[in-house]
Write a new protein. Structure first.
Lengths: 348, 285, 255
């Protein structure tokens, strides 16, 4: 008992220090001239994928394996793109609207889909994704059809009185900070929800819907909640990127991208909150590290995935957890809300 | 009248190819309880092996298809023996593994063959005239071959001992093993057979349409659509859903274009999943 | 004593078979009633009908003057009916303590936003829940096992845990489905004292069990066979009832 208390005390302050260092590092990263514009670009991609994959994990935690997450990113993306080009609204607003639209669609389809068990839910989300992509493809003039949309407005210029201006058009760096901020925001929010009662209820319905309903937890309500929250942030990730790249194509939101997200997630592990982060970073880093063999990069990725599949069922994050407890415990043990609170309680 | 007949023939061709692939997919799902997402890529691999054999070795098309089927069958057995067997039907892990297979096959195809589209030489050339209507012999022979294969497989499943073992494992794997059935061996056989069927479908399709390394994705979706509409556990229902989807794909694009008919087909699948998850013919979940 | 639960003409068909056939039963507040019958008599089905897992084909289930037949399980739980299951269903990846804490979901509804923002009020609520959860664990005698994962518990404690979980929703009516099934002697003692303590706190209990020791605790016993009520009365009445014996032991032993 006391050992745990001791660890708790040390853990908390050590943890915050580690986070502070990490965030400081991320803030300074663009100025460390590690690779110029291309490096920044990869970071932006990583941030986007981290948001998308973490939000997918939230859905998985409630026991629903969605294989159509990219479609919700697409809903966010198209909403934001259409509103900003056709109606001329500023991307700052349309991005938020994109996320909200994705969430609304999630709630509506959640009513239909959350009744389905396991595999059927996965299948229907996969089909939803494919249908969405086909729909966007056949949108003709309105959605840009097969070719997608071009010339999407960037985030514009922000005037800081007295300090000059932040111009998104001249450099990638402002986008880097925007995505960094969004990523941190997303991770904090998702983490808090998961550690709260809602998160506990999600894990309850994932383990045993029967028992959960016998103690008053409405399976439908919480499944839809998880789906809505996950798709909100998925839509967010989807809406921001096109404004950065200024183009949008339906193929980015089809089945394979959804499956890629699932790969990121399973690779990093669904059990721990840090799983998606680790999964995305590792899987994005590999093609970059082996850039000369870029053609063969998928083989290496595939090989590592094989390793993870056969020898690390908990994903890469599981490996870290068991291999280096004293360092990586600072990342937090993820989805086990009572542990922390309970340890606090025991001190009485 | 001519267009009508050709469309009907197209419908039958598409239907039978879809059924061939979907049958393999459903077989794997029934016997092994896994969703083999790699099935579409195996179909694609079958088509490319066939092309490779026909073009590099100059083999007659029918031989190429046959050998391709054998190659892919062995590959399927290999996958079960060294892969799926150890994953104990865990949904996450089998999903990952099938995705790994896709990555490997897709990358190999991209590297060796490249983006250039190819075409598998036809089994039979030329056209023929039936009742005053010109039809390509290609498509006719495809219909004939696929129908024969489907009948053969149905016979295999219903009448042979191995087939009945598969049915037993599909219903209850544990009970089957208690009866002395080697579940792993049956699974390997199912995977091998399915892969062979997919390879044949790929080879046949390859002479009708152009090959490209992403043809597997579209086919996978069609196969899953068929299985959803027919219902889990219903192999016979696949024939009906195959005809439905095949004809939708043959007819609708004429009116609303390829993407549009895709939306229709997929929305229908979603509808079925939501209203009647067990499909038109499946048993209660 | 006021009527807590009333069951009228309750019937449930599965296909052509009537699992429960025209059952009438009344439970008064504060009672402890036993529900007996050979396997397949329909006892668990009655529980399932009360808690909303099955929909009645015919008849009514009225709890505190409110018709609850056919309502969804989580609503029934919210109305104040808790239950355990014949098989020790619990949350396998949660610890014993977490299993019980999770069950406090219904406790003053903890809002989504409160949890998200981790307000003072929310933190205090959670601490109070922790204390109450520990209290329940002490009531059933599981306080020493609080950190063990549900799936690692031996069978006896698992069943005690299902009882603890049902208690966490502060039910007015507690349905116990074979609470000591599969337990060995010491565990049975723990369970019985737990049930007696629960009883003394004023909770109404309906008990399904085959074990006679537990049946002796009941003020009244209802016996079922083939979905119908075949006897009702005190333990003594029922013990020697001819039809009951026939149901359990077959015709030869009845006479």
């Amino acid at each position: 008992m006391s050992e745990k208390q001791g660890k708790m005390g040390v853990k908390t302050s050590k943890r915050y220090v580690a986070y502070a260092i990490l965030i400081a590092f991320l803030l300074l990263l663009p100025w460390l001239s590690l690779g110029g514009a291309y490096f920044i670009h990869v970071c932006i991609l990583i941030f986007t994928y981290v948001i998308a994959t973490s939000s997918l994990r939230t859905i998985f935690v409630s026991g629903q394996a969605s294989i159509g997450h990219a479609a919700f990113m697409g809903i966010g993306a198209y909403t934001s793109a259409l509103l900003s080009t056709k109606l001329g609204w500023t991307p700052w607003v349309t991005i938020l609207l994109g996320a909200i639209t994705a969430m609304v669609v999630a709630v509506l389809s959640g009513y239909l889909f959350s009744r389905l068990r396991a595999i059927y839910f996965s299948m229907v989300t996969a089909f939803f994704g494919v249908a969405f992509e086909a729909l966007m493809r056949s949108g003709g003039e309105f959605t840009g059809g097969k070719a997608g949309m071009v010339a999407l407005p960037g985030m514009g210029v922000i005037d800081l009185p007295g300090l000059g201006e932040i111009n998104f058009a001249t450099s990638k760096i402002p986008y880097y900070y925007l995505l960094l901020f969004l990523t941190l925001f997303t991770l904090i929010v998702l983490y808090r929800i998961e550690r709260s009662r809602s998160g506990m209820n999600w894990m309850a319905i994932a383990q045993s819907p029967l028992v959960a309903s016998s103690i008053g937890i409405s399976e439908t309500k919480f499944r839809i909640l998880a789906f809505a929250v996950g798709c909100f942030f998925g839509g967010l990730a989807g809406s921001v990127y096109p404004h950065y790249s200024s183009v949008l194509s339906p193929g980015s939101f089809s089945l394979m991208p959804s499956i890629n997200l699932v790969i990121f997630l399973l690779f990093g592990g669904t059990r721990f909150f840090a799983g998606p982060v680790i999964g995305v970073i590792v899987l994005m880093a590999i093609p970059e590290v082996f850039r000369s063999l870029k053609q063969y990069a998928p083989y290496i990725v595939g090989g590592i995935m094989l390793l993870v599949t056969f020898w690390m069922p908990q994903g890469l994050a599981g490996l870290f957890e068991s291999a280096k407890p004293w360092i990586f415990k600072m990342f937090g043990k993820g989805a086990n809300p009572v542990r922390k609170e309970f340890s606090n309680g025991m001190r009485k | 009248m001519e267009i009508f007949t050709q469309t009907v023939v197209n419908g039958i061709v598409l239907s039978s190819i879809y059924i061939l692939v979907a049958l393999g997919f459903a077989l794997i799902f029934s016997v092994m309880q896994i969703l083999n997402f790699a099935h579409g890529t195996i179909y694609m691999a079958g088509a490319y092996v066939c092309y490779y054999l026909a073009s590099s070795f100059g083999l007659p098309p029918w031989a190429a298809i046959l050998i391709s089927a054998v190659v892919l069958a062995l590959f399927g057995v290999f996958l079960e023996r060294f892969g799926f067997r150890y994953l104990e039907n865990d949904f996450n892990r089998t999903l990952m593994f099938s995705l790994v297979i896709i990555v490997f096959l897709q990358t190999t195809a991209d590297i060796t063959v490249g983006p250039y589209v190819k075409r598998v030489p036809s089994v039979l050339h030329g056209v023929t005239t039936v009742a005053g209507i010109t039809l390509s012999k290609e498509r006719l022979i495809t219909c004939v071959i696929t129908v024969c294969l489907l009948l053969a497989v149905t016979f295999l499943i219903r009448k042979t001992a191995l087939g009945r073992q598969m049915l037993a494992v599909a219903q209850d794997g544990d009970a089957a093993s208690l009866q002395g059935i080697n579940v792993h061996r049956v699974a390997a056989f199912a995977l091998g057979l399915s892969s062979a069927l997919a390879a044949v479908a790929g080879g046949l399709m390859g002479s009708i349409i152009m090959l490209n390394t992403y043809m597997g994705d579209a086919m996978l979706l069609r196969a899953i659509t068929l299985v959803i509409i027919a219902g889990i556990g219903s192999l016979g229902g696949l024939f009906v859903s195959g005809l439905i989807v095949g004809f939708v794909d043959a007819v609708l694009p004429i009116f609303i274009g390829g993407s549009g008919s895709a939306v229709v087909a997929f929305s229908f699948a979603i509808l079925i999943l939501v209203i009647r998850p067990q499909g038109l013919f499946g048993h209660e979940i | 004593m006021s009527v807590l639960l009333e069951i009228k003409e309750l019937t449930k068909y599965f296909g052509g078979l009537a699992a429960v056939n025209n059952l009438d039963m009344t439970i008064h507040e504060g009672e402890i009633v036993g529900l007996m019958g050979p396997n397949g008599a329909g006892k668990t089905t009655v529980f399932n009908l009360i808690t909303g897992i099955h929909r009645p084909s015919k008849g009514h289930v009225i709890f505190q003057d409110r018709e609850i037949g056919g309502k969804k399980p989580h609503l029934v739980a919210a109305y104040g009916i808790g239950r355990t299951f014949q098989f020790a269903y619990l949350f396998p990846d949660f610890t014993v303590l977490e299993n019980v804490v999770a069950s406090f979901h219904l406790d003053p509804k903890c809002g989504f936003w409160e949890g998200l923002l981790n307000t003072r009020a929310y933190q205090r609520k959670e601490e109070r829940i922790l204390d109450e959860a520990m209290e329940i664990l002490r009531l059933v005698g599981l306080e020493r096992e609080k950190d063990i994962l549900g799936k690692n518990l031996p069978h006896g404690p698992q069943k005690l845990l299902t009882m603890a979980r049902a208690l966490a929703i502060r039910p007015k009516l507690l349905l116990l489905d074979e609470p000591i099934g599969g337990m060995h002697f010491d565990e049975v003692n723990r369970a019985i004292s737990a049930i007696e303590r629960i009883r003394s706190q004023g909770t109404t209990i309906v008990l399904v069990e085959h074990n006679m020791r537990l049946m002796r605790l009941c003020e009244r016993i209802v016996v079922m066979d083939f979905g119908e009520k075949i006897a009702e009365g005190t333990y003594e009445d029922v013990k020697n009832h001819e039809q009951v014996m026939r149901a359990y032991f077959g015709h030869e032993y009845a006479a």
